[in-house]
Design a binder for this molecule. Structure first.
Ligand code: ADP
Length: 506
């Protein structure tokens, strides 16, 4: 028998496992909407559906000057944001490094450092008036983007639930993060007042609404994934009877990365099981593990390893592995982006060429002449990223890695589309194919979706693939009205916009 006879069926199986059929996308959306409703009605469900106490989105006419603070990734950012009232803004910022010692020491030391950074920014950067004609004295109003799980109880009040992303500061969990920050400002006798606490997805939604004149959804597809949207208060049953339930609308932070945690809705593969089992949070953030930048490269790496190990004949790299290939999280998602770009061109416009079957019938002599240089450049990328000698990587290995990258990214993008479509259904903007009677709300409106994150910003055709699934789920008429736009600087501008709303309520 030919040495690749078995390979085709192995590859076909992987292809089947990672492809989600249209009718499955619809079923998953139904489950998503159910999980939304469980979270809106109760506390402690998979989808936390966190009330943010932000009553709506801006329309672009907002004016003011605010300080914004962003803590979440590797850096602390202090920004000065001027909202011009014409959908434009200016932003100047300074980044401060947060050391491992600060991340893991006493919370008061961490917040003293944050307050000190704001102080140094104000002395060196700003001559602005942050009073906005509304505050008292020389008050400087600040919005705080804090991208860790928080149980929010007011616009400027929220208990830290857990640390993530390598933070472990002591005496913080269970405390009000705004109070921790305000106490640090007060210890330094600064006139800064934190009046708004914002999640990064909410910041993305507010920012997009400001620059586009309105928006319904904010979503992040970066290291992780999450979304926020404008909900009707009457649907927020868990707030019924409280003061907060008096308004009309409220932005909800879905924490949708946790979809699928305890009830299984997604077609899982052995590779997903491995990713989850070896993660720092098994059984948590399980939707995120199918979707986000942190995991896609790892899924591709695990499949590649299984193909190296395949019996009776190896399917990749003649059975050779490298330290780089064997390393947990050793393959970054940006590698997949580069591979796909080498295939379809920098502007993603070149035809996706047909390849002969990657298994038993692989015949290099039959390759289209246009395809060969593309596979050669992918082969170089594979060799340099995974530390193979060039002669250990065949054009077929390169073709398999390209195919795998596309499969895994495609699954991510269509599931991202499910999350967006589920919000459209939940808010009455879209409906499932089987439902032909529920009247659609806001039938002529643009449905604004602000997005941020390296995956959606840089991965070739990510938005196009997301849109495909939105179209399958809610139909072309609605999908056409969905306006997906980047909302960069969302954490700074969003915090400023939120501070402005808070100032009105002071
Ligand atoms: P964060 O979400 O932490 O604010 P980013 O939005 O930059 O940061 O997302 C970082 C994630 O995006 C990482 O997991 C990384 O693997 C992935 N990533 C970085 N560059 C690219 C790229 N060009 N294409 C796809 N994914 C990328």
């Amino acid at each position: 028998a030919h040495q690749y006879d078995d390979a085709q069926s192995v590859l076909d199986t992987i292809g089947r496992q990672l492809t989600i059929a249209d009718d499955q996308l619809i079923e998953i959306t139904k489950a998503f909407v159910e999980e939304f409703q469980l979270g809106l009605n109760n506390y402690g469900k998979d989808l936390a559906m966190i009330p943010t106490f932000v009553p709506g989105v801006p329309n672009g006419t907002e004016k003011g000057t605010f300080l914004a603070l962003d803590l979440g990734g590797t850096n602390l950012r202090v920004c000065e944001v001027v909202l011009n009232g014409d959908k434009t803004f200016t932003l100047s910022q300074k980044k401060f490094k947060v050391s491992e010692t600060l991340k893991q020491g006493e919370a008061s030391a961490l917040f003293d450092y944050i307050a000190g950074s704001v102080d140094s920014f104000l002395t060196s950067h700003s001559k602005m008036d942050y009073n906005n004609g509304k505050g008292t004295g020389d008050a400087v109003y600040l919005g705080f983007t804090f991208s860790f799980p928080v149980e929010q109880t007011a616009l400027a009040k929220g208990k830290i639930l857990t640390w993530t992303k390598g933070y472990a500061a002591k005496n913080a969990i269970g405390n009000d993060v705004v109070q921790l920050l305000q106490d640090a400002f007060d210890r330094k006798h600064m006139h800064v007042k934190c009046i708004a606490l914002v999640n990064d997805t909410v910041g993305t939604l507010l920012t997009r609404a400001y620059i586009a004149g309105g928006a319904l959804i904010g979503a992040i597809f970066g290291t992780g994934t999450n979304g926020a949207y404008v909900e009707e208060i009457s649907n927020l049953k868990k707030l019924a009877g409280t003061d907060a339930a008096k308004g009309e609308h409220m932005i909800i932070n879905c924490e949708w990365g946790a979809f699928n945690n305890s009830r299984s809705h997604l077609p899982i593969t052995p590779y997903d099981n491995t990713v989850d089992r070896l993660s720092i949070n098994p059984k948590y953030q399980t939707f995120e593990k199918f979707i986000s930048g942190m995991y896609l490269g790892e899924i591709v790496r695990l499949i590649a390893v299984s193909l190296v190990d395949a019996v009776p004949h190896p399917i990749l790299f003649k059975g050779k592995s490298t330290a780089a290939l064997n390393k947990h999280y050793g393959l970054d998602t940006s590698f997949m982006s580069q591979v796909e770009e080498a295939w379809i061109g920098k502007d993603h416009s070149e035809d996706a060429y047909e390849l002969p079957p990657l298994g038993s019938d692989w015949d290099e002599s039959k390759l289209n002449a246009k395809v060969v240089p593309k596979l050669q450049s992918i082969k170089q990328l594979v060799a340099s990223t995974l530390e193979y000698k060039l002669e250990d990587v065949s054009l077929r290995d390169a073709a398999i890695l390209r195919w795998l990258s596309e499969l895994v990214a495609n699954r991510s993008a269509v599931l991202s589309g499910v999350a967006v479509a589920a919000v459209l259904v939940q808010t009455g903007r879209g409906r499932l194919p089987e439902d032909t009677t529920t009247p659609l709300k806001a039938q002529n409106d643009t449905l604004g979706v602000g997005v941020d994150g390296s995956l959606v910003e840089h991965y070739p055709n990510y938005e196009k693939k997301m849109r495909h699934s939105v179209r399958v789920i809610v139909g072309e008429q609605v999908e056409k009205r969905v306006d997906i736009g980047l909302a960069k600087d969302g954490s700074g501008v969003g915090a400023a916009l939120c501070a402005l709303q808070a100032l009105k309520q002071l």
